[in-house]
Design a protein. Structure first.
Length: 289
């Protein structure tokens, strides 16, 4: 039975509390939060674990989740390393940041802990919904071999999918998630506002956005980004691109700049199979802005 402590009882912490409580091979032990009332509320909501007020009050465990904000991870790791030096059987500590690598837990590693990071690639706006939707969630894992094995086994038990990443490229990895998720949301907002500007009703604008996004997602999954790409940039229709950019500039200059840059990258993707920049002298033969 894997004994688990959780430091940080926010949305991510609460999600893992619920998941671990439901896992046959894991046991939720103690919960600590910066505000004692938050830990108490989390324990009451999940119906498992024991809320404590200090690091010293946390009982021994096999696995410790540090589900605190990114800018608090290093300090919590330092404080925990002093409050709980590793014993003969080294415990595992992990954080769930998508941006920071496991190196931020070095104070614990120096004390004999095995450390890792585990970033679930999903939103946690609602802990109850996040826990219910967790099966199938992909989780990026990197760190010490022992810690990686422990957390990967737990993720599998929670019906998630663990995959390894290069710790040295963690920031690029996280930027990829921002492009895939956050910026997609921003682009949908711009599209909706543009439809409204064109006289489309709010209800129809929502329907158009949802329909196109669903179809695009299906095509990318089936064909890959380059083959799925359509539109004037993919066709090389520079006349349409110029006129659309000019129209957008009258309405929303920032959206026009974004349109021009993304159109360039879309054309690159269609011609070369990648949106990455080309080497010197390898630019495709079409107008460059």
């Amino acid at each position: 039975m894997l004994r688990v402590n959780i430091i940080g009882a926010g949305k991510v912490g609460r999600t893992f509390m619920a998941l671990i409580d439901a896992a046959p091979g894991a046991e939720l032990i103690d919960i600590l939060s910066a505000r004692p009332q938050t830990a108490k509320a989390a324990v009451a909501a999940v119906g498992a674990g024991r809320d404590v007020a200090t690091l010293e009050a946390l009982r021994p465990a096999d696995l410790w989740f540090l589900t605190v904000p990114d800018d608090r991870i290093a300090q919590v790791a330092q404080d925990l390393s002093q409050a709980h030096p590793a014993q003969h059987r080294p415990p595992v500590a992990l954080h769930c940041s998508g941006f920071l690598s496991s190196k931020v837990l070095s104070p614990l590693r120096d004390q004999g802990w095995s450390v890792a990071s585990c970033h679930p690639v999903r939103g946690f706006a609602d802990p109850v919904l996040a826990a219910a939707q967790f099966p199938g969630t992909c989780c990026a894992v990197e760190g010490d071999a022992h810690a990686e094995a422990v957390i990967s086994d737990l993720i599998t038990e929670l019906q998630g999918v663990a995959f390894q990443i290069d710790a040295a490229q963690k920031q690029v990895y996280h930027a990829a998630a921002v492009f895939s998720n956050n910026f997609t949301t921003v682009l949908q907002a711009i599209a909706r506002e543009a439809w409204l500007k064109a006289g489309v009703s709010a209800q129809m604008a929502d329907r158009l956005g949802n329909s196109l996004l669903a179809g695009t997602n299906e095509n990318i999954a089936r064909l890959g980004p380059a083959a799925a790409l359509t539109g004037p940039a993919a066709r090389g229709d520079q006349g349409v691109l110029d006129l659309q950019e000019a129209a957008l500039h009258q309405w929303h200059p920032q959206a026009a700049l974004l349109y021009a840059r993304l159109s360039q990258m879309a054309r690159d993707l269609k011609l070369t199979g990648t949106a990455l920049p080309h080497g010197e002298g390898e630019r495709p033969a079409y107008p460059i802005r």
